[in-house]
Design a protein around this ligand. Sequence first.
Ligand code: GLU
Length: 487
Amino acid sequence: MTKEFRLRYAPSPTGHLHIGGARTALFNYLYAKRNGGKFIVRIEDTDQLRNVENADQRQMENLKWLGVEWDEGTDIGGPYAPYRQMDRLDIYRGYIDQLLAEGKAYYCYATKEELDAEREEQLAKGETPKIAEKHRHVTPEEREQYEKEGRQPSIHFLVPDDRTYVVNDMIRGEVTFESKEMGDFVICRPDGIPTYNFAVVIDDYLMKISHVVRGEEHLSNTPRQLMIYEAFGWEAPQFAHLALILNQEGKKMSKRDESILQFIEQYRDLGFLPEAIVNFLVLLGWSPGGEEEIFSMNEIIERFSFDRVSKSPAVFDTAKMNWMNNHYLKSKPVELITELCLPHLQKAGFIEEELSADRYEWVKQVVALYQEQMSYCAQIVPLAALFFLDEVVYDEEAKGVMLEEQVPAVLSSLKQHIEDAPEYTVDTIKTILKDVQKATGFKGKALFMPIRVATTGQIHGRDLDKTLYLLGRDKVLDRLNRVLTKS
Ligand code: GLU
């Protein structure tokens, strides 16, 4: 029987869902689905000092929003529950005891300060920092003495001497590590809670994880995890370590860098579409081969493989993300885009919380005017402000246009024609514009620029007739009057 593909995303609940975490989750999900397997979300919360309340729920909520859905997890359970490490402490204890009994792990009574000081000393001498031999062998008398002093031991894994560990990575090929470069490491803290490197192995084994796909920052942990698999006589899963994601300056993205949005929630709040983010994320490392770049989740699932995942870092290109989202926004029904724009318009104070049917219809038409142009829905606010504000805000170029000499003639003719027109529709506006041309003798830019600038404050914009229509008769007349009384 071939082994079932079982992949997991194992976030530590230390903050929001980051671009890098979302990519890791996505690649695990894609590979599981590509191979008819299962995708699992496991919460790795044993580093309690770093845990942030509700971070796991929010991460999962954002994953769901992206369409990365799991088959087993803390919320839905599954055959290997519980899926939260702090609910699995009893399970780990048994395995730790086994290693202690077999002499593959030992109690270490040195304090963190003592170990740190020893480490500093070794580093100063140019040695590879390693735990001193003396901590490995504590006599019963010493132990009694330590316990009298109130010391709480941590449990260390005894790293085998002179061994080579080979990580057979699906992206990087064979990566070798020498055990002599590695010191014994903590598998259980003094408070009885295991560390990541230990718990991850127990869980991946018990949950029958077939492939571990995670960020490159974990590659150096992998030999330690291999040692634990070996200590229990278990077969290790296949590994794939995804290359870093760099910012446009070519530096590793830092979560503290506020100049670039890094959390899925931020994109969601700005009115990005999940399809666009998924499509963008998968291209951070995976290449489909060929020119095509737009793929739905199902299309990606059909094609995804690690052969086409790069071991070189990916660059996070904001302009591309915007381009991608614009592509998806354009293809959506205007009703959906309107729903995504409404909160932004409300927040800007442009529209009320409750909209009448007429007002909604009007907002929808304003949104439709900009749907092609927006990279994300929050942009509706600056783009469409001219429809909501009373005063027109002129930019510098626009001011220049208003000084041209034909302006008063064109605008007063337009005003007259609008006032005389029986109706105010896109069609009548088209006719009015032709009539103004005939009446004034101005055409092209000389005709349209003053009208556009007087009514919108801008020299560029969407279709003039639609813009004038959506601004409404009163607003247009008001804006024309303001300019005409000034000139
Ligand atoms: N809890 C680890 C993290 O958030 C996951 C490591 C792994 O996938 O093994 O980075």
